[in-house]
Design a protein around this ligand. Sequence first.
Ligand SMILES: Cc1cc2nc3c(=O)[nH]c(=O)nc-3n(C[C@H](O)[C@H](O)[C@H](O)COP(=O)(O)O)c2cc1C
Length: 379
Amino acid sequence: MSSLHAPRSFFQQPFTVGTLTVPNRVLLAPLAGVSDVPFRRIAQELGAGLTFVEMLSAVGIEHRNPRTLDMCRRHPAEARLGVQLTGPTAQRVADAVQFMDALPFDLVDLNMGCSVRKVVAGGSGSAILSTPERITETVQAARGATHRPLAVKTRLGATRRHLTIEDTARRVAVAGADLFTIHGRTRNEKYGQPVDYDGIAKGVAAARAAATRPLITVGNGDIFDGADAARMRAATDCDAVMVSRGALGNPWVFRSILEQRPVAPTISEWRDVVLRHLDYQEMHYGDTRVAAITARKHLLWYIKGFPHHKPLGDVLGRVERIAAAREFIEDYVAQWPSDLRRFSGAQQGGARFAVNSKYDPKFDMNRIHDRGAGNDTEG
Ligand SMILES: Cc1cc2nc3c(=O)[nH]c(=O)nc-3n(C[C@H](O)[C@H](O)[C@H](O)COP(=O)(O)O)c2cc1C
């Protein structure tokens, strides 16, 4: 995309992917156990141009697994929504894509990057990287199963000694994908390994060179604020960026990227968003224990960056009802001046304080009530 644009105007530019117009170039990743309706609504309200349902298993869809189907719900307020699928064979993925065609999704993404052992052992996620022909077959079969925009999300390869991103990129582009996201790590790399911009750049260039139709490239990895997004774009020449851990507890990251400045909400702005998230949580899951339990991880992420949040975390981490969470939040907020800013103090303006680049959120997450592919997924 045009390098004539300064970063700010670049991220605010709309793009089209197949029949879908996305109003800006900042996407929220599919996030297992996290990117449910309530969080997606909040992310979109704060600027995310496109959001995704977390990875769903084609096998779960084949068996009409009620938990998988439940995750296909879309709220009318969700203006644009993608869904992500993975499966052990091209045919099974294509069948799931066809099933999705009857549902109100704007785009279907194929996961070719998930490194969770159980998922890979079942032949899904990044397992496909070991059999490159399967990449071509899967994208072709999915392409034949839908007229909707088709996307692929992958990693740089299986290991550092076996970087296959250029081959993957060519296969994905030639087989007819409309959008291609590259997470700049290999299958066996953890978050302690910084994202490899050069690897992403190679994938972006290879995909562009091979594409026979318009293809949007997306850079993913270690984006926690506007500066990180600008760096990703400058170093890789990607068309858009996708935020993952950087959005956990910090949906303001979308504004920071779009406006290219640090965004640290005041405690009163923060309160409004957190309480609205809880309202959406209750609307979606009902006034239930599950609503409270699935909110816990978000609440523990949200409270980072304010003073003396630990005692609040102790109670929110055990909360059993949304109403109780609301009360704890209100009591906490009442102690502070309404213009207190998040991350004020030494770490001013930095969402890195909330989640740093080595941080693996799985360890914070109570997955007992999470639903989905294998119950324990992470792309
Ligand atoms: C809790 C969690 C759940 C994830 N779930 C998915 C998923 O369902 N599908 C997917 O493609 N990637 C998933 N990922 C991977 C992220 O989308 C992203 O590729 C990765 O975290 C790198 O970006 P980051 O360094 O900005 O976090 C998940 C990551 C986390 C932390």
